[in-house]
Design a protein around this ligand. Structure first.
Ligand SMILES: *[C@@H]1O[C@H](CO)[C@@H](O)[C@H](O)[C@H]1NC(C)=O
Ligand SMILES: *[C@@H]1O[C@H](CO)[C@@H](O)[C@H](O)[C@H]1NC(C)=O
Ligand SMILES: *[C@@H]1O[C@H](CO)[C@@H](O)[C@H](O)[C@H]1NC(C)=O
Ligand SMILES: *[C@@H]1O[C@H](CO)[C@@H](O)[C@H](O)[C@H]1NC(C)=O
Ligand SMILES: *[C@@H]1O[C@H](CO)[C@@H](O)[C@H](O)[C@H]1NC(C)=O
Length: 224
């Protein structure tokens, strides 16, 4: 009966492979500076108040995020939490009795929080582990400008700075058609991308041009 329930979780969610371990999990996407809940719940709903669970970040960096052991945890004296998460992570005490070990990362998620997190119950039989992939996106508005203008043509520049994950940047006309443009200039610092896209348009009275940045991972579209 128990194994059937666990199988259901696996079917409903994405399986992330971490190293050689398979770990049922989900992907959570948020934009920068928002709060996020990383879900972790036992299908058995067993009371966790006196149990141990440990949240770690596994990739791309290894960090101790939140450990709870029978009431003692990182927010009430237990040492060992990574500096990066200090004061930003908490659990839901009232949910523990229902087998819910979800945590919230509060305050100001940044692109650097992106990665794979694991939620472990090392003392349970059988031992349980869940994986959560967190994608923190930064979606700055594109900045547009006119580089050169003549009687019948204009050279337009669209600049997106510090976006993450890497967006697709396009010039479009007022009907939404994609305009031919030069090869985008892309540079990045860590996970953040700067993209510049130039296009030459013919000046017609009615034309309105937009620069559109799309981050498919986030289902996110920003435009000038
Ligand atoms: C676990 O608790 C969090 C915070 O209250 C809630 O958002 C989430 O839905 C709960 N998960 C389950 C499976 O009940
Ligand atoms: C959020 O973090 C950024 C840099 O990571 C900082 O500049 C900003 O002040 C922070 N905002 C809050 C509300 O803490
Ligand atoms: C602007 O465009 C005109 C005509 O296309 C060209 O002659 C001129 O060199 C351009 N100026 C700059 C600064 O690129
Ligand atoms: C553009 O403006 C010119 C004069 O201002 C006018 O003669 C012409 O019909 C206009 N074209 C369109 C497509 O509106
Ligand atoms: C979250 O992002 C991943 C790719 O990083 C994507 O496959 C998934 O569909 C997104 N999920 C949601 C709910 O937006």
């Amino acid at each position: 009966m128990k194994s059937v329930r666990i199988l259901c979780i696996c079917l409903l969610t994405v399986s992330a492979v971490i190293g050689n371990e398979k770990c049922p999990g989900v992907t959570v996407n948020v934009s920068e500076e928002s709060d996020v809940i990383l879900p972790c719940s036992l299908s058995t709903n067993q009371n966790l108040e006196q149990k141990l669970f440990d949240w770690r970040k596994k990739a791309p960096t290894k960090q101790e995020v939140f450990m709870y052991d029978g009431g003692l945890h990182y927010n009430n004296g237990r040492p060992g939490q990574d500096e990066h998460f200090r004061g930003r992570v908490s659990h839901f005490p009232q949910e523990l009795q229902f087998g819910n070990a979800s945590i919230i990362i509060i305050r100001n998620t940044t692109v650097a929080d992106s990665g794979v997190y694991t939620c472990d119950f090392p003392h349970l039989q059988p031992e349980q582990r869940f994986c959560i992939k967190l994608v923190v996106g930064a979606a700055p508005k594109p900045f547009v400008g006119i580089l050169n203008i003549s009687e019948d043509e204009a050279l337009l520049k669209c600049e997106v700075r510090g976006a993450s994950p890497k967006p697709k940047v396009e010039w479009r006309d007022s009907d939404g058609n994609i305009l031919p443009a030069e090869e985008p200039q892309v540079s990045h610092t860590g996970e953040r991308y700067d993209i510049t896209l130039l296009t030459t348009v013919t000046r017609t009275n009615s034309s309105l041009f937009h620069c559109v940045a799309t981050q498919e991972e986030l289902g996110h579209v920003t435009r000038d």
